[in-house]
Write a protein that binds this ligand. Structure first.
Ligand code: NAD
Length: 469
């Protein structure tokens, strides 16, 4: 793609934004409703495309993509009016008579770059937030899920206002060409390495951005937990999308007294969910491409899996696999696994667990199974992560009312629900003053009497008093 092929799209979007079309709440609602119609009318096309990209079942696509997105649209429509309300502030006497307020204002023309692992969700969820906030949007889906990318391009082009929303398909070259342009906000989901490149491209134009990155999410299973339920939930969350989930539990830290029980229950859950041979299950997806398949095969090198471990390069199949005897020094513990391999590490004391987590980079989520409130509080208080989910996994990201995002190495900024609306808005302050009275007090010349009077009038004058009493 040549650079001048991008520019006409952007010029149109910029013009639409400058004409204030997207500021109208009616326009925003109409686009959100049109997006919902797209998800309803094209549900089968979307499910087929995601299936063609990595053999995900229609039920899983509904759960993690279309169903979730429809809920997000509904939530935005329900709250849009209250989110857009101006906030009045009190105005000190010295500035009276006046009215001060700030309102959320859209950034302008924003760029959303999505990743392949939830190819609809990671483009459309930020799009919902960006539209609710009144922006014009360029969406760049991932080239690694090409079927879904073309459904997005075709669908958005058909259902949404093309003068305000544009989809640019393509890979690295197209993404780089887009980043040469000046956007008013960039929302990126993907790896750390590319995140750094996106951030330095954004810096060239001083463009603010959000980075939704990955990391190694630990799952702690304490001595005081219902092991059978924990096992089923862990297996579900880990092998959903064949482990290719940024929020998947990367590894399990289990109390040594419950390790055997957990391993056996997890193996039982794998058979319950996917049968004796998961390769034959219509509910078990494949690895997205050869590169990631070989990466996972390499991670398996040197291990004799406790369960699973079968692979098939022709199908990019990697069985749900449990690894025992892993230590925090093992190669598999040095980077995000992003596939269906689950290391299990036993611990004696909670302090060891906190130590492992604190020494690692900040994950997107920490999971904890424990019915001990003291343990729950300690883990939440003494660790850092984008989010925490206690006695379950992933569902904290399914709640539209909870902000979703990372911290430190798992990224920065958040979205979903109000957090998404706020990410794509900035607070614009307005002070409206009366022209009269217009006392000479603020104007020079500043006599010593005037200066002393000014000091007394100024709002900062009484800080000391406030804190002394
Ligand atoms: P990917 O390869 O699909 O890349 C993401 C996007 O970046 C694509 O649209 C791609 O075209 C674009 N891109 C690639 N190279 C680029 C470059 N040099 N400049 C600009 N854009 C470029 O996805 P990935 O990077 O393999 O993503 C996997 C990672 O994403 C994992 O670490 C995962 O944990 C993380 N992830 C995070 C979240 C989250 O919400 N925090 C969600 C999903 C995935």
């Amino acid at each position: 793609m040549q650079k001048d092929q991008v520019l006409p799209e952007l010029a149109l979007l910029r013009e639409t934004f400058q004409h204030g079309i997207t500021l109208d709440l009616k326009w925003r609602r109409s686009q959100l409703l049109a997006l919902d119609t797209f998800l309803v009318e094209r549900e089968k096309d979307i499910a087929d495309a995601v299936h063609d990209d990595f053999r995900k079942s229609a039920a899983e696509t509904f759960l993690t993509e279309t169903g979730y997105l429809r809920g997000e649209i509904r939530f935005a429509l329900k709250h849009l009016k209250s989110w857009t309300k101006p906030h009045r502030v009190s105005v000190p006497l010295i500035y009276q008579p006046a009215k001060g307020y700030y309102s959320p204002a859209p950034y302008g023309v924003v760029l959303i770059i999505g990743a392949w692992n939830y190819p609809m969700n990671l483009c459309i969820a930020p799009l919902i937030s960006a539209l609710a906030a009144g922006n014009c949007v360029v969406v760049k889906p991932s080239e690694h899920a090409p079927h879904t990318s073309s459904v997005i391009a075709e669908g958005l082009g058909h259902y949404l206002d093309r003068s305000a929303i544009s989809v640019i398909e393509g890979g690295v070259e197209e993404a780089k060409a887009l980043l040469e342009e000046r956007f008013d906000y960039i929302f990126y989901t993907g790896s750390h390495a590319v995140g750094r490149e996106v951030m330095s491209a954004a810096a060239r134009h001083l463009t603010p951005l959000t980075l939704e990155l990955g990391g190694k999410c630990p799952c702690i299973v304490d001595e005081n937990s219902d092991i059978r339920v924990a096992a089923r939930r862990i297996v579900w969350a880990k092998f959903l999308n064949a482990g290719q989930t940024c929020l998947a539990p990367d590894y399990v830290l289990v109390h040594e007294n419950r390790e055997d029980e957990l391993l056996l229950s997890m193996r039982e859950a794998i058979t319950d969910f996917y049968g004796d041979d998961p390769r034959l299950s219509p509910d078990y997806p494949r690895i997205i491409n050869e590169k990631h398949f070989h990466r996972l095969e390499t991670l398996l090198d040197g291990f004799s899996p406790w369960s699973g471990g079968e692979t098939d390069p022709d199908e990019h199949y990697v069985a749900p696999t449990i690894l025992r005897g892993v230590t925090s020094m093992s190669a598999i513990m040095q980077s995000e696994i992003f596939g269906p391999l689950l290391p299990v590490i036993a611990f004696k004391e909670l302090e060891e667990v906190l130590d492992i987590i604190r020494r690692a980079k900040e994950p997107l989520a920490i999971y904890l199974f424990s019915s001990d409130r003291h343990v729950q509080e300690r883990v939440v208080r003494l660790s850092r992560s984008g989010g925490v989910c206690i006695n379950d996994l992933l569902f904290h990201a399914a709640l539209h009312a909870l902000p979703f995002g990372g911290i430190g190495s798992s990224g920065f900024g958040a979205y979903h629900g109000r957090a998404g609306f706020e990410t794509f808005s900035f607070k614009r302050s307005v002070l409206k003053r009366a022209l009269y009275p217009d006392p000479s007090l603020r104007y020079p010349p500043y006599s010593s009497r005037k200066f002393s009077f000014l000091r007394r009038l100024f709002p900062g004058w009484s800080i000391g008093k406030l804190f002394l009493h």
